[in-house]
Design a protein around this ligand. Structure first.
Ligand code: ARG
Length: 310
């Protein structure tokens, strides 16, 4: 999209500084991600079927070390793929804060902070709020909007923007309330497509569903009821469907980060990497095993701050 837009801009007759400003702010769209480092990361409780505190503690030192290595590979992989990365330090007592996708939903500079279902994650809320307030102060975000009292919604983990179809796919039924779907649509003034999650193992939409920049949808059908799969298939044409295998899902490779022709994900099975390369994507695999032990992968560990819906 960039080249025709740039040509259009040059032909616009605007002054060069004005053209530059538009190019920088409107067109270049360097993706910007918020990450939290694993300084306090541990698997110490189980709120989803992937979490195994016993496996973690059997080699806590090794896991801590691998968590840091994986985190650094993720952050540098994103930077090398061309993204801007903002890293916040982890806070004591809230190990799952590394999964920043769950902190809130961000579109057009507005953030709808999450409300977590489980007590184990509720203490993250004030920490993330303080971070969002600071980002508003810095001009990275514009406004904080609150969920209705008592409503649960676990952020971008259950809300994925589809820029090809100009809609958000919204997950519910495990952590996020069904009623949050309407709130998301109204808060951001966007179209939404609700997807009920059918199994506890795929408890956030991002564990089983992902949209790639050219409109392909990578998804794992067993995470949904047959009528939900039919709904996805009614919207996504066959040539745009990439059906994940049980192995892809288990490797948390559906939980991917993608922008332009770049895809960053937990080390994918060879065949999935090949399928994505065939479609012209450049795949970076990252060793995220210690995070998979908590039920999270690459997408879970990032919150995109610069999503635009228009
Ligand atoms: N242990 C975390 C939880 O159960 C993992 C969250 C993963 N995040 C995600 N967006 N899927 O909440």
């Amino acid at each position: 999209d960039l080249v025709p837009a740039a040509i259009y801009l040059i032909a616009s007759g605007l002054s060069l500084p004005a053209q530059n400003k538009i190019f920088e702010t409107e067109l270049r769209m360097t993706p910007h991600f918020l990450l939290v480092d694993p300084s306090h990361y541990v698997v110490s409780y189980a709120i989803n079927p992937w979490m195994e505190p016993g496996v973690w503690s059997a080699d806590a030192a090794g896991n801590r070390e691998r968590a840091w290595a994986g985190f650094e590979a993720l952050a540098s992989g994103l930077a090398r793929a061309g993204a801007k990365v903002t890293i916040e330090p982890g806070r004591p007592g809230v190990p799952d804060m590394v999964f920043t996708a769950n902190a809130g939903i961000v579109f057009d500079g507005r953030v709808l902070p999450a409300r977590f279902l489980f007590d184990e994650r509720k203490d993250e809320e004030p920490f993330f709020r303080a971070i969002f307030e600071r980002l508003v102060g810095e001009g990275v975000l514009r406004e904080i909007v609150d969920l209705p009292e008592g409503m649960h919604q676990e952020g971008a983990g259950d809300c994925l923007w589809d820029r090809t179809r100009r809609l958000a796919w919204v997950g519910f039924g495990q952590r996020s309330d069904e009623a949050s779907v309407r709130v998301i649509a109204e808060t951001f003034g966007i179209d939404v497509e609700p997807l009920r999650l059918a199994t506890p193992r795929f408890y956030h939409l991002d564990t089983c569903f992902h949209v790639l920049p050219r409109g392909e949808v990578l998804f794992y059908p067993p995470a949904f009821a047959p009528e939900t799969v039919a709904r996805i298939e009614a919207i996504v044409p066959p040539d745009k469907r990439i059906v994940a295998t049980e192995r892809d899902a288990r490797h948390f490779s559906v939980n991917a980060i993608a922008f332009e022709d770049q895809v960053v994900m937990a080390h994918p099975p060879q065949e999935l990497a090949a399928r994505l390369s065939e479609r012209g994507y450049h795949v970076t695999g990252v060793p995220l095993e210690p995070f998979i032990l908590s039920g999270g992968g690459a997408y879970c560990m990032t919150l995109r701050l610069d999503n635009t819906t228009r």
